[in-house]
Design a protein around this ligand. Structure first.
Ligand code: 13P
Length: 252
């Protein structure tokens, strides 16, 4: 079945405010009339400014993370309500940089998934293996585990609000993309995990994005794979022309 493709830009910790606004303005213009699903996730501190720019466009505003608690004495934390207040509709959770640099566990990520879904935020849940795990032949096992733990307690009727991003950690920011065949194999496997947890219908409908050095040069072939439903783009999402090219491939 045809799933609408989904291209998301994870801006990570990049740019200044003027650059963020200019990038968002450029994308609002260049993505006009394209018909896939598009999201950009600027740094927290630029969300408000970017929100004003993308309002009324076909670009969804996303956040790169969210804290698990509602409010109170949590210095430096950002809640779901604060994000929604700024027009954020989607949150990226479980990114490997959060898992690695901030010691986020599958359990914490699952709690965040519930907090987001219960409060009306959509989720892009990131999974993916380390290079050592790929070499050891446990890629599928790692991804299955991260999906099972990330989705624990999530009901089938909530699945339209959650997408998966398969991001092999060794491909992130390294210029080493998984080949289309390598990525497709894991995506098909992950879709089958969703079938086992829920149903064939759930597996057919969930969007599974690829992330890890996806760019304007390799996106067309990756997006042509039957189980690759879009991309979560880091570096190449910081340039209007590169990100737009990827978005156009998804819009075909
Ligand atoms: P790069 O596209 O820079 O490899 O980053 C991918 C990523 O981590 C997106 O979340």
């Amino acid at each position: 079945m045809a799933r609408t493709k989904y291209v998301a830009g994870n801006w990570k910790m990049n740019m200044d405010k003027a650059g963020a606004v200019a990038l968002a303005q450029g994308l609002v213009e260049s993505l006009k009339g394209l018909n896939a699903k598009y999201m950009i996730a600027p740094p927290f501190v630029y969300l408000d400014a970017v929100s004003q720019v993308v309002k009324g466009s076909n670009i969804i505003l996303g956040a790169q993370n969210m804290t698990v608690t509602d409010n109170g004495a949590h210095t430096g934390a950002i809640s779901w309500a604060m994000l929604k207040d700024l027009g954020v509709e989607t949150v990226i959770l479980g990114h490997s940089e959060r898992r690695d640099e901030f010691n986020e566990s599958d359990k914490l990520i699952n709690e965040k998934v519930h907090k987001a879904l219960d409060n009306g935020l959509d989720v892009v849940l990131c999974i993916g293996e380390l290079y050592s795990q790929r070499v050891a032949g446990v890629t599928n096992q790692i991804c299955e585990n991260q999906v099972k733990e990330g989705f624990a307690g999530v009901k089938e009727d909530q699945l339209s609000h959650i997408s998966i991003a398969y991001e092999p950690v060794w491909a992130i920011g390294t210029g080493k993309t998984a080949t289309p065949a390598e990525a497709q194999e894991v995506h098909a496997f992950v879709r089958n995990v969703i079938k086992g947890l829920y149903s064939q219908k759930a597996a057919d409908e969930i969007k599974i994005l690829y992330g890890g050095s996806m760019n304007d040069g390799n996106a067309e072939e990756l997006l042509a794979q039957p189980d690759i439903d879009g991309g979560l783009i880091g570096g190449a999402s910081l340039k209007v022309d590169k990100f737009t090219t990827i978005c156009k491939f998804a819009s075909k």
